[in-house]
Design a protein around this ligand. Structure first.
Ligand code: BES
Ligand code: MN
Ligand code: MN
Length: 464
């Protein structure tokens, strides 16, 4: 522990400078204009893994953006940890809501982060978190304390649905084989309450179009006599939830894994301050499916949300028009046992069925992924728990995360390996939102905790 702290203390500034270099690269995977910057970021991660002491560190081409792969095999008889992360980031829009530019990282103090937080797109999701692993690896190499084999797989398409990852994993089963996957791309409850997410939701992401008349019309000349696609789309979307905020697509809940009363009680023991939650978001009330708490609504229940909706005139002032088309992007978060393919089909059939005769609809599935529950009785979970306890002075609480990392279910299916979600972000770090941040405390605590995980995992594996 002392060795770890000393090493971090000595290299504090450099660690941060290097992370800043990466945060300056706008690796927005959704934006084709950033193609070169995405490759530059991949190359940067590769170079840092090589400098840290990897035997091999390379860019593996896919049909999309490259996967950075690196490994250090010290003894084939020792256990192997596969570290996953992503170097791509979400688009920074809306730009005018950023207090400082998204790709010019700065440190500012906040109430939550009195020691300061790094403000930049990707600071928490996931560059800051993946870089903790690169630096923890360097630390273990330079202090002669790497106790097991380590592999890195850092991808560049996570934020757009990891489209080419499945074929990459299938083509590289041998190379990626490991005893456990370690990921820092989730959150903990707070700095006072370390926690480990033990589940992630799945996803079915749809885009819909409603078409009315063959051209935009004068809303006075035609209005009232022709179906308005924007009105219709709103009505259709509104009908997707019932008065209890349950999703009204037939069959939607059919496969949902229900938790026992005891499991639900356990889940709700996690600290959750509803007043603070409301205050942080500046909302008067929470919202959601009747009969469930906020923790349950985000952790174990499926949802349906409009992510964006457009159509008609949205410029300055008033233009009277009856638009020809309306569009929406709709995501459904899924829970264990639901299948994304089946949900996509149920959604499509239902959406087509509820469309009135005056319009035509098209429904497209953009991407999907499956939910997972990760074990809490594995050696790796116990090692992670012990590492967090040592670093934070408190035993971490298992929680269920609301976000999605589709690769976790894929690793299970294709490589038969389980994951530990050792995340150090906070839900309030503004992921996917303006002014994303990552606490300096969280960054350095992560670098401190990760080597402890390796130490305990190697020791526990030896004993087992
Ligand atoms: N790191 C997030 C997922 C996450 C965030 C999990 C917070 C738990 C807590 C990841 O980068 C992400 O944003 N995933 C997408 C998935 C998608 C694009 C398939 C998501 O959850 O929206
Ligand atoms: Mn992420
Ligand atoms: Mn993300």
């Amino acid at each position: 522990m002392e060795k770890i702290k000393t090493y971090i203390e000595k290299n504090r500034e450099r660690f941060l400078d290097e992370l800043f270099e990466m945060l300056k690269m706008p690796s927005v995977s959704a934006d084709p204009a950033q193609k070169d910057n995405i490759r530059k970021t991949a190359e940067y991660v590769r170079e840092k893994l090589e400098e840290a002491g990897a035997d091999t560190a390379e860019l593996c081409e896919t049909e999309g953006y490259p996967v950075v792969y690196a490994e250090k095999i010290i003894d084939s008889k020792l256990p192997t940890v596969l570290v996953y992360g992503h170097y791509d980031v979400q688009p920074p829009d809306p730009l005018d809501l950023w207090e400082t530019p998204p790709f010019e990282p700065v440190i500012k103090k906040t109430a939550e982060h009195p020691e300061g937080a790094i403000f930049a797109r990707g600071s928490c999701d996931d560059k800051g978190q993946l870089y903790m692993h690169v630096k923890a690896f360097e630390l273990m190499m330079n202090t002669g304390s790497l106790p097991c084999n380590i592999k890195f797989m850092i991808e560049g398409e996570e934020e757009v649905g990891s489209e080419h990852l499945e074929s990459f994993v299938k083509a590289n089963r041998e190379r990626l084989s490991a005893d456990v996957v370690l990921i820092s791309d989730t959150a903990m409850i707070s700095m006072e309450h370390p926690s480990i997410e033990t589940g992630l939701r799945g996803m079915a992401y749809m885009e819909v179009e409603v078409r009315g008349p063959n051209r935009d019309l004068h809303s006075g000349v035609y209005g009232g006599a022709v179906a308005n696609p924007v009105n219709i789309l709103c009505r259709m979307i509104a009908s997707l939830h019932d008065e209890n905020n349950r999703i009204a697509i037939p069959g939607f809940y059919e496969d949902v894994a229900e938790l026992s009363a005891a499991e639900r009680q356990e889940l709700n023991k996690a600290p959750f301050d509803e007043a603070a939650y409301r205050k942080d978001l500046d909302i008067k009330a929470v919202w959601g499916e009747k009969g469930y708490t906020s923790i349950e609504r985000t952790g174990i229940r499926p949802t349906l949300d409009v992510n964006g909706i457009w159509g008609g005139y949205t410029g300055e002032g008033a233009k009277t028009v009856l638009p020809s088309r309306a569009h929406a992007k709709i995501s459904m978060r899924l829970v264990p046992n639901q299948q994304s393919k089946k949900i996509e089909k149920l959604f499509q059939e239902h959406f087509e069925k509820i469309a009135p005769e005056g319009v035509r609809v098209t429904v497209k599935a953009l991407h999907g992924g499956e939910a997972v529950v990760t074990p809490t009785d594995s050696l790796a979970y116990k090692a992670a728990s012990k590492a967090l306890e040592e670093a934070f002075g408190k035993q971490p609480i298992p929680t269920r995360g609301g976000g999605s990392i589709p690769i976790v279910a894929l690793f299970e299916k294709e490589l038969d390996v389980k994951t530990v979600l050792l995340g150090f972000g906070l839900d309030s770090d503004n992921l996917h939102s303006p002014n994303e941040k990552y606490g300096l405390f969280n960054f350095y605590k992560g670098i401190e905790t990760i080597p402890l995980f390796y130490k305990h995992y190697a020791e526990m594996s030896k004993e087992a």
